[in-house]
Design a protein. Sequence first.
Length: 500
Amino acid sequence: MPDAAVVSRARRLRACAVLVLVGALLAAAGTGAPSAARPPVDATGLDTTGSGAVGGVGAGVGGTAVDVTATDHARIALYQQAVSVLPDGARAEVPADALAVFLPGTRVPDPAAAVLAGALGATPTTAAALGPRAATQAAGAQRTWVAAGEVPGAGGPYEELARAALLDLHSLTVAEGVVVAGWSEKWRYVWPRDSSFVAVALARTGHLEDALAVLDFLARVQEADGSFEARYLPDGSGPPDDRGLQTDGTGWAMWAAGLVLAEAPADRRTATAERLAPLVERSAGRALALVADGLPPASPDYWEVPEVEVTLGTAAPLVAGLEQAAVVLEAAGRPGPAAEAAAAAEGARRAVVDAFGATGYGRYATRGVPDAASAFVLTPFWSTAPHDAAAAWRASVTSMLRPARGLAPGGGWRRDGVSWTPQTTLYAWVAAEQGDVAGALRWLDVVDRHRTSSGAIPEKVLADGSPAAVAPLGWSAACVLLAIDALERATPERGSRGLT
């Protein structure tokens, strides 16, 4: 009789062979991966004479050709379907045309499947040579990390979505506290904005030390005056280019610090606040100077393009950040700076409401152009929403909705049919925080239906529902986790199984 382990191994190899063959047939039939007719181009929804920004929400702006159909729907390639975790902390992209087979509960490629795929001429999950023992160890480490926290929605319909988002955040973490926005070349940087959202998501899913490490990295790269560059190299040596400062990063860092502090146990609260205080105090000093006259100066925001007029996406995060700065600094035993931050937050809040409230909290104070930044004046950003702000946020959906039922970044965004998952997942989270369960579920369902074959959330979804551009995107994964977590917090009596 053959050894049981040998029989089990043989069955597993046969199963992998079938999976690879099916994947190859699907790829040949044009199912799943973009077809040869879809060139690897990008479309941001902006005029292609833009700034040349790449990464975050503004990935690929500037001179990049946009391939559109007769109905002006953009065609954008899926650059890769996931990021795989290899031994010794290495990472590798999973090609869009691969039939990805991971070890259960991980983003670690199955070595047997990779070998078979290569032998059969199909695209393997990874081209790296990966031995069974090393793969098992890497998988164990990733499973241990997930188990150390909590999976929002466990036991319910969104457990798999949340688990995949957690795995992808872990896969995008390339060093302690260093979470790149995405794995494609032009996204493989650290954006203070994206990292701030990731830090909050990590804290709320039980990974407090990881969240603090993310904010520690921001503190290391922050300028002495509290400002932030648009993005940073993963080694912390500085920015990759001369794109310059982006004001919203200062606000987001303070905001994230406050929300991360809220997840610290009572016996660790003071020590955690003291750890966060240098980042927050520098940021608050910068913000105080920026809002001294009310609204801050114009700056690029999450659209990643130059601006000559201040946007809500720049002004609102400073208010959110200053509110949280007051909380962190008070907890750290710095009442004077805390009081200054609180007073500045109130003054900046009045300025934003006076300027943007009259035009329905649109992108600019001078004209009512709906924008996803309308979410930034609501919970979980501002402690108290302005009058009619929630109605303005809900009204923004009409002009931002796209064919796949996701959202564009704003009503002024190009009508190319592309949905953006950072904004769609942001609206899921904000809806959950407002108690709009049906709205949160609607946006989560849109993202859940349009993930890649590996289950990763792409940056974009085309008009025909195809996932496109970089996958996964850390900001979107973070907002998914935060939305599911908020639904559970808002309806604890229903439990995760009630999120239907």
